[in-house]
Design a protein around this ligand. Sequence first.
Ligand SMILES: Cc1cc2nc3c(=O)[nH]c(=O)nc-3n(C[C@H](O)[C@H](O)[C@H](O)COP(=O)(O)OP(=O)(O)OC[C@H]3O[C@@H](n4cnc5c(N)ncnc54)[C@H](O)[C@@H]3O)c2cc1C
Length: 387
Amino acid sequence: MRVVIVGAGPAGLSLHHLLRARGHEVHLIERARSFDRIGYGIGLWGNAWRILEELGAADTVSRSATAVDHWQLRDAAGRVLGDIRLQPTPGRKTTAADAEPRPFSVIHRAELHDALWTGVPDAVVTMGTTVEAVEQDDGGATLTLSDGSRQRADVLVGADGVHSRVRQLVFGVEPRDLGTAAWGFRIPPGVDLPDGFTELLGEDGKALLLVGMPGTRMATLSMRVPSERVVEDPLAYLRAHSREWILPEILDAVAATDAEIFFDRNREADLARFDRGRVVLIGDAAHALHPIVGMGASLALEDAWVLADQLGAAGIGQEPALEGFTHRRRGPVRRARREAALARRLVLTENAAMRRLRDFLATRASWFGGSFARRAARLSRPPSERL
Ligand SMILES: Cc1cc2nc3c(=O)[nH]c(=O)nc-3n(C[C@H](O)[C@H](O)[C@H](O)COP(=O)(O)OP(=O)(O)OC[C@H]3O[C@@H](n4cnc5c(N)ncnc54)[C@H](O)[C@@H]3O)c2cc1C
């Protein structure tokens, strides 16, 4: 089968590896001319590790990722509300060959991308190009690309992220602004950070994740920003709206070093189906959700795994089972969306009473720790059992 994947992010690259291993012919279309280093910390749960193992990328990823064994929750003044030891996920080996699940870890997006990019032959990627039109018939899809060329695919996969062009062209669906925005940056040396993984539950609907571990110092911040508000200078905007704990000091240091900043509004895409004819969406293109639950990349890897499983090994005259993909992915996506909506309402709240409730729950380390442990245990089961 010839599969054309639009978008070489975590979803597209993982799918590429899985399909080539099954003998399919794969071509990637990527809009960027080269990949930038801007990004944010990505939390890797057991489900992502399991699939990275299968891709052969887990060891490379683990060299750049930092395992998190400790999670501290602080209020806007920097007072410690809760201090949670993250127990190693109970190992559940189903076969002797099955690896122990790796611990919840954080990695910079650019480093995850580098690891997934390893082993992609130049010949199967067209960089600096996007798709302008898609026509479908019974046998496949024909794409017109921005360089004027055309490509024929038995299956076309939209893995082109939250602003997906494939979704727009084939499904006619635009993402919805969630009224919040995210910033991500590395923290310059010189700022005295607490050790480990710290979550600051801030004011005005703000939450800041700080990673202060040897070799890994980065921040990811979400904050309410009204949909109609145009943010021309993300760093200046953030500095004008940040007075919590060490945040002003961090932002002064970032401004002084000209560190690169990731900024984007948070949007979600909510579709009833992820397939239409010979076209299927995976990753954020299919179901972008709020980053507060730290699940998007893990879901993207799961999508790649399930789609590769649906397409099976390469065979002549085989009909791609794309409806089955929607069927298998709908439940997990719905669940992650529910968790994201709940976390967004609780953590990014502007309401004073909700904020007090949030800070009170944070003092109950067992409440946060318990919900983390349950999710970690659920997600660490092998994909063949869970997906
Ligand atoms: C601040 C923040 C924090 C996050 N934290 C976490 C976390 O802790 N854990 C987690 O699992 N997830 C997290 N996520 C979500 C995660 O980053 C995404 O869900 C994940 O990157 C989705 O992967 P993807 O491959 O579907 O899309 P993307 O990563 O967006 O990749 C899409 C690719 O397609 C390319 N592309 C885009 N448009 C086109 C086009 N028209 N034509 C061709 N190519 C195109 C892009 O250049 C890119 O290479 C976070 C997100 C944000 C914003």
